[in-house]
Design a protein around this ligand. Sequence first.
Ligand SMILES: C[S@@+](CC[C@H](N)C(=O)[O-])C[C@H]1O[C@@H](n2cnc3c(N)ncnc32)[C@H](O)[C@@H]1O
Length: 204
Amino acid sequence: MQQRRRHAPGKALVTSVHDVPWLELVVLAVVALAAGSVIGSTLRLGISPMPSSGPARRAVLSLVPPTVHGEVHELGCGWGGLAVALARHCPKARVIAWEASLLPWLVSRLRARGLPNLQVRRADFLRADLSRAEVLVCYLFTGGMRALAAKLLSERPGAPVVIVTSTFALHGWAPAAVARVDDVWRTRVLRYDGVPHRPPPSAS
Ligand SMILES: C[S@@+](CC[C@H](N)C(=O)[O-])C[C@H]1O[C@@H](n2cnc3c(N)ncnc32)[C@H](O)[C@@H]1O
């Protein structure tokens, strides 16, 4: 279909639908949709899918017992780097990685291929059944940690579950171990051995 128009000599003009840069427009639309999806999820969840740094990831692994046989849950796995590392670190465990944001979940799913002990689920971990978890791993934010503490205190008081968290503490809970990461942020990774029976006084 030709759409020829008159134009002043010397001036550039799109003369045909074939001249429209469709490929560039499609690429631009896909990039805009992907960015919009990630930004929308970040605003909704309160945190971006920012991955743990290499040193922080190694510090997390150093606090997760590699011999665990049961369920290891990663709460908010982002792009899947830590989930893959956890599945390799605990070959006998069943690693379940939760992610609510579409694109990071999709990438994590792809990265999990070939790792039979890693399952990536797209859902809100605050609604997930964590009753069989032996280890919980997360890198969240203050509000997310508060919501997680409330969930664990109401659903699993006194449970011997190991919780390993990067950067953000469970406010008022006493960590059993703290690792300092040698990075620019001096990231802290904390391990808690068990859920208290009731909220610590300073956590309210
Ligand atoms: C800072 S990133 C950490 C990514 C990964 N754990 C790592 O350390 O590399 C936090 C992730 O948690 C996800 N997230 C936050 N709240 C969530 C929720 N309630 N349910 C599922 N995913 C959540 C976010 O979408 C984000 O991808």
